[in-house]
Write a protein that binds this ligand. Structure first.
Ligand code: HSE
Length: 368
C-alpha cells in the first residue's frame, strides 16, 4: 500500500520510521514545508498526492482544522483511504467526513485521535457494532494527567510541569487546549459520537480544566485518600446525552486513582458486556504513531469504511437529570453539594464571576 504522508512533526517522524519496518507499506510522498532529505519524494503541493493514482492512503498528521479538512475531504473524494490523528478536524466535521468515506467506498480511521497509543476507538467501534453502549468516560488527556500526578507526587509548581509536558511532546501546540480540558472534551465527543451514533457539539459540553488547581487542593484530597484526575464523561439518558469534563476526585486505591504520568484510562459501559477499561500511553510520538500505523495495517487488511456503520443522529446534551456529588471551592473554602451536572456547572459559572480562582470538582464515589 502506498502512502502520502502529510506532516513531519513528532508523530509524522515516528510514523515514517515505523512504516519503513512494514513490508506492506511504502511512504511514497511526504507533504512538507521544508526539505527533510528523506528517501521518499517530498513536495510542498498537496495536489502531487491527491492526483497520484499510485497513492492508496493519505496519512494526515499536520493537525489543526484548515487546511487539514480540505486535504482529508479531497483525499476521500479522490477515493483514497485516510488515516488521521487529528481530533479537532474529525470532531468538527465528523458527519461529513464519515459520509464521504461511505460514499466513496474508502476508509476513514482516526484511532490515534483519542487515547494516544491505546486502541480505544477501534475497540469502542467493535463493541458499538454488537452491544448498546450506555456510557464512556475516562482520563483522556496525557498532559493534565502528567501535571496532576507530578503535583501530587512531588509538589512541583504547575508552570514547571507544563513546560516539562511540552518538552516530552505530550502537550498540544497551544497547551490551553490541554489544561482547560478542551482536548479531553474533543476526545469525549469523538468517543460519544462513535459509541452512541450521536453527533454532539463540543460547545454544548460544560468543561472545567485544571488551570485553577492549587497545592492546597492536592493536599485537601490527599488528607481524604483521594487523588485528582481530569475526567470526561458521557452517558446516554433516553434520547439525550449527559456529558461534562471536570477535575474529578478518585479514591487513591481505584484503577483511575492509580493511573499516573501521561497515561490515559478510558472505560465503556455496555448493556451486555458490562464495563471494559483500556489504559496505556495517552500521548507522545511513538505511541501515537503506533496507532496511526495500526490504522494503516487494518486498512491494508480490508477494514470497513468506518468503525461503525450505524446512522448518525444529532443528540442533544442534557445535564438536567440525576443528582451527583460535587466539590466547590470558592474564597479558599470547600463545600460538598448534591445536584445535577446542569445545576453544578451553572452555579460554578456564577461563583467564578465573583471569585475567578474558584474550582468545581466531581466526586463519582461521593464523599467517602
Ligand atoms: N495533548 C494531548 C494529550 C496529546 O496531552 O493527551 C494526545 O492527544
Amino acid at each position: 500500500m502506498q502512502i502520502g504522508l502529510l506532516g513531519y512533526g513528532t508523530v509524522g517522524k515516528g510514523f515514517y520510521a515505523l512504516a519503513a519496518e512494514q513490508p506492506s507499506l511504502t511512504v511514497k510522498t511526504l507533504l512538507t514545508r521544508r526539505p527533510r532529505g528523506l528517501a521518499c519524494r517530498e513536495t510542498g503541493d498537496f495536489a502531487d498526492i491527491a492526483r497520484d493514482p499510485d497513492i492508496d492512503v493519505v496519512v494526515e498528521l499536520i493537525g489543526g482544522i484548515h487546511p487539514a479538512y480540505e486535504y482529508i475531504s479531497a483525499a476521500l473524494r479522490a477515493k483514497k483511504h485516510v488515516v488521521t490523528a487529528n481530533k479537532a478536524v474529525v470532531c468538527a466535521y465528523y458527519r461529513e467526513l464519515v459520509e464521504l468515506a461511505f460514499q466513496n467506498g474508502v476508509c476513514l480511521r482516526c484511532t490515534a485521535a483519542a487515547g494516544g497509543g491505546i486502541p480505544w476507538l477501534s475497540s469502542l467501534g467493535r463493541v458499538a457494532r454488537m452491544d448498546r453502549i450506555t456510557a464512556v468516560e475516562g482520563i483522556l488527556n496525557g498532559t493534565t494527567n502528567y501535571i496532576l500526578s507530578e503535583m501530587t507526587a512531588r509538589n512541583a509548581p504547575y508552570p514547571e510541569l507544563l513546560k516539562q509536558a511540552q518538552q516530552l511532546g505530550y502537550a498540544e501546540a497551544d497547551p490551553t487546549d490541554d489544561v482547560e480540558g478542551y482536548d479531553a472534551r474533543r476526545k469525549l465527543v469523538l468517543s460519544a459520537d462513535l459509541a452512541f451514533s450521536a453527533l454532539l457539539q463540543e460547545g454544548d459540553i460544560p468543561c472545567v480544566g485544571i488551570s485553577r488547581m492549587t497545592v492546597a487542593d492536592i493536599a485537601w484530597a490527599r488528607e481524604r485518600g483521594l487523588v485528582w484526575k481530569l475526567n470526561a464523561r458521557a452517558e446516554r439518558r433516553g434520547d439525550a446525552v449527559s456529558a461534562f469534563v471536570c477535575p474529578t476526585l478518585f479514591p487513591a486505591s481505584t484503577p483511575e486513582g492509580q493511573t499516573n504520568g501521561s497515561a490515559n484510562r478510558i472505560s465503556l459501559y455496555a448493556e451486555r458486556i458490562g464495563k471494559q477499561s483500556f489504559s496505556g500511553a495517552g500521548a507522545g510520538g511513538w505511541p501515537t504513531a503506533s496507532n496511526v500505523l495500526a490504522d494503516c495495517l487494518s486498512i491494508a487488511g480490508g477494514a470497513a469504511p468506518f468503525y461503525s456503520d450505524r446512522p448518525v443522529e444529532p443528540l442533544a446534551v442534557d445535564n438536567r437529570e440525576g443528582e451527583r456529588t460535587w466539590l466547590f471551592r470558592s474564597y479558599g473554602r470547600y463545600a460538598i453539594r448534591q445536584e445535577t451536572a446542569a445545576e453544578a456547572f451553572e452555579a460554578y459559572g456564577a461563583v467564578s464571576e465573583s471569585d475567578p480562582t474558584s474550582l468545581l470538582a466531581y466526586l463519582p464515589y461521593g464523599m467517602l
